[in-house]
Structure formats: structure tokens, C-alpha cells
Write a protein that binds this ligand. Sequence first.
Ligand SMILES: O=C(O)C1=C[C@@H](OP(=O)(O)O)[C@@H](O)[C@H](O)C1
Ligand SMILES: C=C(OP(=O)(O)O)C(=O)O
Length: 425
Amino acid sequence: MTAPTAPAAPDWPAPRASGPVRAVVSLPGSKSLTNRALLLAALAGGPSVVRRALRSRDTLLMAAALTALGSAVDTAGEDWAVAPGPFDRDADVDCGLAGTVMRFVPPAAALSGGTVSFDGDPHMRTRPIGEVLAALRSLGVDVSPGDSLPFRVHGTGSVRGGHVVIDASASSQFVSALLLAGARYDEGVDVRHDGKPVPSLPHIDMTVAMLRKHGVEVDDSDPHRWAVAPGPIRAVDHVIEPDLSNAAPFLALAAVTGGTVNVRDWPGSTTQAGDALREILTSFGCTVERTDEGLTVQGPDRLSGIDVDLHDHGELTPAVAALCALADGPSHLRGVAHIRGHETDRLAALARELGGLGADVTEHPDGLSFRPAPLHGGVFHTYADHRMAHAGVVVGAAVEGVLVEDVATTSKTFPDFAGFWSGLF
Ligand SMILES: O=C(O)C1=C[C@@H](OP(=O)(O)O)[C@@H](O)[C@H](O)C1
Ligand SMILES: C=C(OP(=O)(O)O)C(=O)O
């Protein structure tokens, strides 16, 4: 018998701002920092705590994966205690739609004494992972059957490691994945990239910075090569910064309403790609200031169009595209062909959904361009992509009658996004 399917939640009427929004927000923690901290904690030589961990689908999936491998992760409070345990058993890992789980966990699972089976959401089976699996095979790991989900990593308790060449042009996470576990390989790992430029480089810098914090020696002196020396991973407590990529819709709210939004605890220095929002929002004509109180963005009277290469921070594209659709002048977003492999083909989805609300948008192989056009209400589909929902609510703040389909998909990286967002109006 087939289980009855839950009725689809009704499309969500995105709140429309009646004037300039003025708000101070404390945002949940960074997904990228939380999932790296959890993985490194599970591979470390002793217990540690991940403070102010993000509690969301992606981070709970990471915690569940590490627990299945043999570590103990206590996710009860705001600070998550991790006690590394032996990876000595067969395990099942649900990747959901989390790139960080599908890419980062297999190189760690390769250290297991058991067979670890990976699967995820239907769309996850189409997101790229083959380069990581091929790299693991060439480092001496038995992975079957093919080059996408579902797959199994047959651990033998240790990994030889050594040199490997990969094409990481589809995702920086391929490199991060190998580096994060590499210190625990007998020969460490030496990853060389051969291919078109690697996207999202700040995320690799984040990986390298966190490894060094754990006492791991990393040589990143050659821009196409990263070498991790074999050795122990020291246990370190991390305090997770707010998620600066998830700040995008909130700061965009100031931009589209001519209001002022302050994001508390914006770090003075960070490896998060979302820090680029400062420059991007300035290009739109916003006034941006960081102080000890956080980052404050004041929206302009009229939004200018922008021409920007988002290759290093592609995950900002959906919210930025929403701003482009609302801008007074033409815009061009470039350098983000790789986001076709994100939670959905984001270029196709944005062109279709923003176009459906009246935007004059053209899809290019590596980006989107916009000419000013009046927008109207309608249903904004989200394709199970949290950042598509962010784009939809930003347009909805400025345009009457925008209904966001499956707004709950934001739970991937943000607990109760819809409730939080509504509270700002
Ligand atoms: O390592 C990470 O935490 C991430 C790297 C980036 O992935 P890509 O390099 O695939 O764009 C980014 O888009 C993603 O949201 C998080
Ligand atoms: C690309 C993203 O996620 P993932 O970690 O699943 O790749 C994202 O959050 O924009």
C-alpha cells in the first residue's frame, strides 16, 4: 500500500512592505561553518563543542551522518557537543539536498571499518559528486557502483592518500571535501585542480583556515593546489558566525524598500563568501556600514542596475537577481554557470520565475541579464531551493500579490524563515 501523501502546503503570500522597513536582526549560524566544524570535531583527537551551531536540515543531516559513522553529537541545545568515536560500523547516510553532506562525508567515511551507504533527495541524485568519488578511488578507496548517488564507500579502517588531480570547476566543495579528511590519510592528501576556474574560492579558504585552527598543516601557496600533511586533527571549540549568505534577503529588504536593516554580529574579518554583499549592495546604490553593532544597510531612493561577476559567491545569485529585477537600470550577473548544479538549476529557475512575474530577464550560459520592467504578482515556484524562496520574498516585499510556493524549503539552512521574515513587517 502506498502511504498517503501529505497535502501540499498552500502557496505563501509574501508580506508586502507598506513603507521603508527598519529592522535589527540576529541571524542563525552559518551552514558552511557549522558543517565543517562538526566534521572536523568528529575526526579530531578529543571532544569539543560547536557553539551557536546552526540548527537546520543541512546541519542536522551532518550531525546524523557523523553519529551513524560512530561519533556522538549532542544537538539538544544551542552548543553542540561532539565526542569522536571509532568509525567501525556499517552506516546509512541521508544527504538530503545538502552538498556539504554529500561531498564532505564520503572522504571521512573512507576511514571507516564498515560500509557506508549514501543517498539523498531525488534531486540530489543529479548534483555532481563524480570527481570526489573518482579522487577517492585513486587514493585507494573502494567506492561503488558509479559516479552519483546512491553509492557505497567500503572502508577498511585506513586510507593511503597521496596525490590526486581533479576538475573542481563544478564545485569548490570537491576540494574542501578531500582536504577536510586528508590529514587522517596515511600520506595526507595533495589535491591539484585541472580545469576551468574553481568557483566559490572563499569556501576553500574557509576550509584551509579551519584546518589550520585544528593544527593541520596545509600548503595553499600554489593557487591550483592544496596539500594537507598527514597528522592528528586537534580538538578545537568553534563559535559559529551568523550566516552571511543567508543575510542576503534581509539586507535586500532594506534595498528594495528604501529602509534600514542591521544584521547583528557581522564579523570584522571572515572567510564567509556572504561578506561580498557589502560591495554588491553598494553597487546597487545602498549605503553600507559595518560597526561593532553589526552591518547596517540603508536602501537608496532608486535601485541602480549592476554588472557583477559572482563566480566567487554564486550562492548570492538568487537574492541579487531579485534586486536586479527590481532595479531601475539594466543588470548583468556573470560567472555562475556552476549554480546550475546547485539545489536546482538556479539560472533556469530564476529566469523562469522572475520572468513569470514580469521581469525582462535573459538567461545566458553563465549568468542572467535584466532590463527594467514593471513586475506583477503571481506564484513564485521554488524547486525545493531555499535561496529561490529568498528571491521570491524579496520581490514580494516590493510587489503586491507574490505567492511563494513551498516556503518551508528554507528549512535547509534557516529555522522558521517565514515566521522570522513576517516579523519584520
Ligand atoms: O563549502 C561550502 O560550504 C559551500 C560551497 C559553495 O558550493 P559550490 O562551490 O558548489 O558553489 C556554496 O555555494 C555552498 O553554499 C556552500
Ligand atoms: C549551494 C548551496 O548549498 P549546498 O551546500 O547544498 O551546495 C547553497 O546553500 O546555496
